[in-house]
Design a protein around this ligand. Structure first.
Ligand code: XIL
Length: 374
């Protein structure tokens, strides 16, 4: 047998490493992509425009951004994934690679490579980047969750993390989710590692640290289930109002918008409108940060479910376009092939605007239609 060269061996090791790094479901989806036509056409499904062109053509809101969360494995491996993303969106957010476990896997050792690759892709295609997320209680590295730290040590860890990451992406990331999901469903503070180890003021500390590292970047508080009116959205409102009153540098609120077509999952647009307007009255911007619309548990035929899904997308986008405070809408992924929802709910679903084969769904047509209506 021929002896392998060093380069071949290195390639082999690299492949094995990449293989191990890709979660199984995404991996299967990636391999199956080999059978697809690997380049997307200039527009989707006979449309004469794209989401980003339609958004950029609105004279009433020329700075409105339309975005999607990006999964790292297909960004690296799939031409049709890259082409569709760059064709349709002018804003991206990393789905995972700027989270703590990826970016600071060992204390004070930072790995910016995947995040940098995403930023390069975005800049090559004139897309803006939202950073997600500096402070959260999930996807934390073991050294942080299993270690014991005093309040001062934890504050120092938080400061180093936030300031190193924000400084690294200064001028490349235009807005950060500084704190993610700090409020529980009943409106009380979630008892996270940060809350327990530092106290409720970890939130304002986090915003101040981020602002020190980049005074120009926009800083957001991001949460789910706080879109409309209720205990949780009131608690989010009180939290950000309190931050504003204290002079803490906060620019906006991210409403995740993980919703569905089942009766109790459809966002009540009137309530979302009231919520966006009260946040706007504080001088805050609103981004719809992680929208997806589940069709599991919906009623009707498959086509009826897709039509109901399209309506939810259109209603939320229309509201955002009409509310001056609402300046961006992002979906959490764009193709059903890489949605996080089936893993999260343990149930098949198709919550995004493109099919698993990158074909536009009724939801896509509804988004285009909404972007092009006056
Ligand atoms: C999710 C990712 O989509 C998954 O790939 C990962 O396994 C878990 O996190 N709210 C958030 C996001 O703010 O960071 C979450 O992303 C989805 C819910």
């Amino acid at each position: 047998m021929k002896k392998r060269t060093h380069a071949q061996l290195a390639a082999l090791v690299f492949c094995v490493l990449v293989w191990c790094a890709i979660p199984q479901r995404q991996d299967r989806a990636l391999r199956a992509e080999a059978t697809l036509d690997t380049t997307a056409s200039a527009t989707a499904g006979g449309m004469t425009t794209t989401l980003r062109i339609a958004a950029e053509s609105r004279s009433d809101k020329p700075d409105f951004l339309i975005g999607a969360a990006v999964a790292y494995p297909p960004l690296m491996a799939s031409p049709i994934y890259r082409d569709t993303l760059a064709r349709e969106y002018n804003l991206v957010v990393p789905e995972n690679v700027m989270k703590w476990e990826t970016i600071e896997p060992e204390e004070a050792k930072f790995d910016f490579d995947p995040g940098d690759a995403l930023v390069s892709f975005a800049e090559e295609h004139q897309m803006k980047v939202r950073g997600h997320t500096l402070v959260w209680h999930q996807q934390l590295p073991g050294w942080l969750t299993t270690g014991t730290h005093t309040r001062d040590q934890l504050l120092a860890i938080l400061k180093t993390h936030i300031q190193t990451v924000v400084a690294h992406y200064k001028g490349h990331v235009f807005a950060w989710d500084v704190v993610n999901e700090a409020i529980g469903d009943n409106g009380s503070m979630r008892e996270t590692i940060w809350y327990k180890g530092i106290g409720p003021d970890y939130i304002e500390q986090a915003f101040r640290f981020a602002h020190e590292a980049d005074p120009d970047v926009q800083l957001f508080y991001n949460d789910f289930g706080a879109e409309g009116l209720g205990a949780k959205s009131s608690a989010v409102y009180s939290l950000v109002k309190d931050l504003k009153d204290k002079g803490v540098p906060i620019d906006g609120v991210g409403l995740q918008m993980h919703v569905g077509i089942a009766v109790n999952q459809v966002p009540v647009i009137e309530n979302v409108k009231d919520n966006i307007e009260r946040l706007g009255a504080l001088g805050l911007k609103v981004h719809i940060t992680e929208m997806d619309v589940k069709i599991q548990n919906g009623i009707g035929t498959y086509d009826e479910k897709l039509a109901a899904q399209a309506n939810v997308y259109a209603d939320v986008l229309r509201l955002c376009l009409h509310e001056p405070a609402c300046t961006a809408l992002l979906t959490w992924g764009f193709t059903d092939r890489y949605s996080w929802i089936p893993d999260f709910t343990h149930h098949p679903d198709e919550p995004l605007p493109f099919t698993v084969d990158y074909q536009p769904k009724p939801a896509y047509a509804a988004l285009i239609q909404t972007l092009t209506e006056p």
